[in-house]
Write a protein that binds this ligand. Structure first.
Ligand code: MOS
Length: 703
């Protein structure tokens, strides 16, 4: 349940709540997801994943299953087409898991070792499950813990420096009046989009065509072209409807396996992943072990901020969960140090998962701030306000806008923070201990180059063509609203054609940058179209089209600290008999740029906050040391917040248009999860007087 008052000003179409334009299609089942689209001659591939965590494939005993009903082929490292992973992709070099069946090495349990293709999916599945793969097994190491002897500092990347340092941490800590030194852990967590990953590949007139479920077809088509050594124009990827992504719907083994099989069999091949397969093939959020040391003077001003995080990557690819980066934006201190280190284990490579870095990082940092508030006797909000920086604490750059204090004020007013007794463990209602907590949030705001076309049709309607991805966020609707606002027409007169790599390059739905990037391109094409329409004259049958490309404008943006901000509040009840934590209410107030569609923006924020409940209380992937694989990799074994776990959540915002964005957007995709788990953990402390520094806050840990 969500409620709202809506504090944003409503101007034109922007700010008007609109249901999704494809909502009816989706709820009636008319919307076809990539695994649903019928095709003649379609064959079905089923992935076979390794059952050992390290070693080599000795043999794939394909003959037996080739004799099974309907089986067409078994692809594995000895017979699969060769592909190339020697390229730099849009989000870095490729994770070798996508170059399926190229060698006999097995770097973790759940590594794809074969694809069984059959006439029907049931036949493919039965044969895949019957396929005998022999291995030469080697010993593996999957144990992540703080201070692992093999932990190392990675190189810097476009996603951030591994380490930043300013001043003398030890000296400032020694001179501080109040000191917090605490260690926090977050477990391995998994994306579980409702729609599993699914791709259908076919050759059509010399082009590789892929019907897929992904976060951006420009990106997926570009990578597939590289992998199969094809011209960019020879690959077309479409992704009309997507049932969630969260960072996982990128290039994954299934698209490559489907394209290989389509090539070998010369007919369309579909590969759909199962939920269990997704646990080892689509990436996940690394577990983290974090240490935060804070030192403050008598007034609560930070003298030292030291945030060190360790995470996991695989032996075949490096991905860093940049948990320590959040303090580079949030708080300044005389001495300031942040570092992200990593250890290679025999596990799959983690990847981007909603608010990568900020989600686990804000848990540690914002809990540590709460501990400092306790130690200093300063109110948690007052402490944060006292430490508001006027420039980027590490970069020294100005903020494009930073309306965090407005979030605190509005949030405190609506949550009733002023009435709070800060002492812990005092409020009891039957067997429940009650408490409240808060935390701050930030997530970077950016834009990626995009192209768009907007056509004034002869019938008085308008068509927007942009290769955007609607991963369930309502992007299609938002784009229609942005175009309608610019054209000053009713949104019903605007249709949006998207999610097709043939439309030209555009930003992915990722990094909370989708809507901002696409709206930028659409707004420029709309402006140009209006200028042409203002010249008058009839619209020809093919319409009048204006196009845009934002690459230059985005490249020319001045360097600034660009972020969304937010204040999270939670009230919890803790059952002293069972250790169960129930979240009773949550409130998030965000400064997240101009809001395009209050309805779908609120969906994003509430969705993120819901995930914060999940992160705080439920989610935890458990690995079995003996097998190296997961225990219960499905929605029964991996519990995330269900309806019964989720109380009243309110999400709202303060006015915060981005001054450098043509539409004023910052992005709302990820900030909702940031700080949410910390607010809950801080509320649990307030209820019980006990700090819980290891997520999730399970009943057995509370008791
Ligand atoms: Mo998001 S983790 O950038 O899809």
């Amino acid at each position: 349940m969500t409620t709202t008052t809506g504090t944003t000003t409503t101007t034109g179409a922007l700010g008007t709540a609109r249901t999704r334009v494809e909502g009816r299609e989706k709820v009636t089942g008319a919307a076809r997801y990539s695994g649903d689209i019928p095709l003649p001659e379609l064959a079905h591939g089923w992935l076979v994943l390794s059952t050992i965590a390290r070693g080599r494939v000795r043999s794939v005993e394909a003959d037996t299953v080739l004799a099974m009903p309907g089986v067409l082929a078994v692809l594995h490292h000895e017979n699969a087409p060769r592909v190339s992973l020697d390229y730099m992709g849009m989000i870095g070099p490729p994770d070798p898991i996508i170059g399926v069946f190229q060698h006999d090495r097995v770097p973790f349990r759940g590594w794809p070792v074969a694809l069984v293709v059959a006439e029907r999916p049931e036949q493919a599945r039965e044969a895949a499950e019957a396929l005998v793969v022999q291995y030469d097994q080697e010993s593996h190491d999957i144990d992540f813990f703080a201070g692992h002897p093999d932990v190392y500092t990675p190189g810097d990347s476009p996603f951030g420096a591994a380490e930043t340092t300013k001043g003398d941490i030890e000296a400032e800590l020694a001179a501080a009046t109040f000191v917090v030194d605490a260690e926090y852990t977050t477990p391995e967590e998994h994306h579980n989009p409702m729609e599993p990953h699914a791709a259908t590949a076919r050759w059509d007139g010399g082009r590789l065509e892929v019907l897929d479920s992904n976060q951006g077809t420009t990106y997926v088509a570009g990578e597939l072209a590289q992998i199969f050594s094809l011209d960019a124009e020879s690959v077309r990827v479409r992704s009309e409807h997507v049932g969630g992504g969260f960072g996982s719907k990128t290039v994954r083994p299934h698209q490559v396996a489907a394209a290989m099989a389509a090539t070998v069999l010369d007919r369309p091949v579909r590969v759909v992943m199962t939920r269990r397969q997704m646990f080892s093939t689509i990436g996940y959020r690394s577990p983290t072990a974090q240490r935060v040391r804070l030192g403050a003077d008598a007034s609560g001003r930070l003298r030292a901020l030291d945030h060190r995080s360790e995470c996991v990557t695989s032996t075949v690819h490096e991905f860093i969960e940049r948990s320590a980066t959040v303090g580079r934006v949030m708080y300044d201190a005389e001495a300031h140090h942040t570092s992200d280190r990593v250890v290679r284990l025999d596990v799959p490579t983690p990847t981007f998962m909603r608010a990568p870095g900020e989600a686990p990082g804000s848990f540690a940092l914002e809990c540590a701030l709460d501990e400092l508030a306790e130690a200093s006797g300063i109110d948690p909000i007052a402490l944060r306000v006292r430490n508001e920086p006027d420039r980027g604490p590490v970069s020294g750059l100005p903020f494009s806008s930073r309306n965090l204090v407005a979030c605190y004020e509005e949030g405190a007013r609506r949550f009733g923070w002023a009435d709070r007794d800060p002492r812990p463990g005092l409020r009891r209602e039957g067997r429940w201990l009650l408490g409240t907590g808060m935390a701050a949030a930030s997530f970077h705001s950016g834009a990626g180059p995009s192209t768009a076309g907007v056509t004034a049709e002869a019938d008085g309607t308008f068509t927007v063509r942009i290769n955007a991805a609607d991963i369930g966020t309502g992007a299609r609707t938002g784009i229609a609203l942005v175009a309608a606002d610019g054209l000053a027409v009713d949104p019903d007169r605007v249709r949006v054609v998207m999610a097709d790599s043939d439309l030209g390059p555009a930003m992915i739905a990722g990094g909370s940058m989708g809507m901002r990037s696409w709206a930028w391109a659409v707004s420029i094409a709309v402006r140009e179209l209006r200028e042409r329409l203002a010249l008058g004259g009839d619209i020809p049958p093919e319409g009048i089209t204006a196009r845009s490309d934002t690459a230059e404008a985005i490249g020319a943006l001045a360097q600034k600290e660009r972020h969304s901000f937010g204040a999270q509040f939670a009230e919890v009840a803790v059952d002293v008999t069972s250790g169960e934590v129930r979240v009773r209410r949550m409130l998030g107030i965000f400064a997240a740029g101009r809001i395009v569609n209050p309805l779908t923006a609120r969906n994003q924020l509430v969705g993120g906050m819901t995930w914060g409940i999940s992160m705080a209380l439920h989610e935890e992937a458990v690995r079995d040391r003996a097998s190296g694989g997961h225990v219960g990799p499905d929605l029964a074994g991996y519990h995330f917040a269900a309806n019964a776990d989720v109380p009243l959540i309110e999400a709202d915002w303060v006015d915060d248009p981005d001054p450098d964005d043509p539409v004023g957007i910052k992005g709302v995709g990820e900030i909702g999860i940031v700080g949410a788990a910390a607010a809950i953990a801080n509320a649990v402390w307030h209820a019980t007087g006990v700090r819980h520094r290891n997520l999730p806050i399970r009943p057995d840990r509370v008791l």
